[in-house]
Design a protein around this ligand. Structure first.
Ligand code: MG
Length: 392
């Protein structure tokens, strides 16, 4: 495919936060990209509106309950309507699809990402849980099929961009920046009593609910440490997390001579999305540009692991290896969902994850089937703990 050809993009999770911003990138470059396949879970009305605006070839509504409504709304527009995860896995593998943007939330994103990798597609990876739960398996699968995985998460996009100037030099350390979330300056007792509305007020990034809560607990950074380990093949002790409240430096790479290359920008997910879709080209983008004189001060702190224990849990899971990151991720999904429903308190999230990591069955060298089973088991285990806390 030449540089002038339009790239056909599959947007998995098109009605979510990343999906909508990806469509805005596509909207700004209709000569470069076509939104060929759109996939949503439940938001069928938004999916129909997107399908019509972008004249998609195919749409999938994962929740079959809404299938007939979507079918009826798109009747006579030349758009094929499908339902269910099986259809997603088939459609991402079609020869017409060039890039698969995986922006579904949670472990449920794994199956379709695996299908796209097996088909050798370029993956614009926005689903963190894929690499967290099955990093080693997914990376060797990609190597085998020739699938290229381009990061969309802003920190990993930053590292990937910094590495473009590395000329093959060995990375000494990766510095992942973290905003610190909404509770960075709060006392621990106040954090313990925080409700979902407070946790959902992220100071810098505009994101979906799951990732915003993950950001408040700093589990988000933990998931990103694990992602970085697999994406860039660096050992955990070379991955450092630094709190940087302004979120202007999106991450940094340090080399043997002490030189550090950083990538900067205002927090706007459209930049890393566009870099992944356009790679290796850089395209214009209507976003806020940096005025350094206005910025004046950038600050940095070590993360407070006493107030935010989730980050250490992620390092522990990575060190243990095997299915442990999958156990951690499943327990986190269950706990965050319960916290969002006001069923458990803020620190119950990390307590539940920690006790699930102690109790769930460990597998040192899991296959993909083991990962699916682990996810279900750890999710159920976490939910039993949530029930018990709730009744107490
Ligand atoms: Mg991120």
């Amino acid at each position: 495919m030449g540089n002038t050809a339009k790239k056909n993009i599959a947007v998995l999770g098109s009605t979510g936060s990343i999906g909508k911003q990806a469509l805005d990138v596509i909207r700004q470059h209709p000569d470069k990209f076509k939104a060929a396949l759109l996939v949503a879970n439940n938001s069928w009305e938004a999916l129909c509106a997107q399908a019509l605006e972008f004249n998609a070839d195919d749409v999938v509504i994962c929740n079959g309950e809404h299938f007939h409504k979507v079918k009826e709304a798109l009747e006579g527009h030349g758009i094929s309507v499908h339902e269910g995860m099986g259809a997603v896995c088939d459609l991402v593998s079609k020869p017409e699809i060039d890039i698969v943007l995986t922006s579904m939330v949670g472990f449920s994103g794994l199956e379709s990402t695996v299908a796209a990798i097996k088909a050798g597609k370029t993956i614009a990876l926005a689903n963190k849980e894929t690499l967290v739960a099955a990093g080693s398996i997914v990376m060797s699968m990609a190597k085998k099929s020739g699938s290229r995985i381009l990061p969309v998460d802003s920190e990993h996009s930053a590292i990937f961009q910094c590495l473009q100037g590395a000329n093959g030099a060995t990375v000494e350390r990766i510095h992942l920046t973290a905003s610190g979330g909404p509770f960075r300056t709060w006392e621990k007792t106040r954090i313990a009593a925080a409700k979902r509305e407070q946790a959902l007020k992220h100071p810098q990034w505009n994101m979906g609910n799951k990732v915003t809560i993950d950001s408040a607990t700093m589990m988000n950074k933990g998931l990103e440490v694990i992602e970085a380990r697999w994406l860039f093949d660096v050992s955990p002790e070379r991955i450092n997390v630094v709190v940087h409240p302004q979120s202007i430096i999106h991450s940094m790479v340090e080399f043997a001579d002490g030189a550090v290359i950083a990538q900067l920008g205002h927090p706007d997910m459209r930049e890393p999305i566009q870099y992944a879709l356009g790679y290796p080209e850089r395209l214009s983008l209507t976003n806020k540009k940096i005025d350094f004189a206005q910025l004046a001060t950038l600050t940095f702190f070590a993360p407070d692991t006493e107030k935010f224990p989730a980050l250490q849990l992620a390092y522990k899971a990575l060190e243990k290896g095997g299915n442990m990151p999958c156990i951690m991720n499943a327990a986190n999904e269950a706990a965050v969902s319960a916290y969002l429903k006001d069923i458990i308190g803020f620190y119950d999230i990390s307590d539940i994850i920690s006790s699930c990591m102690d109790e769930a069955g460990f597998i040192a060298d899991p296959g993909l089937d083991d990962i699916y089973r682990t996810n279900t088991e750890a999710f159920c285990l976490a939910n039993r703990k949530i029930d018990r806390k709730n009744r107490a």
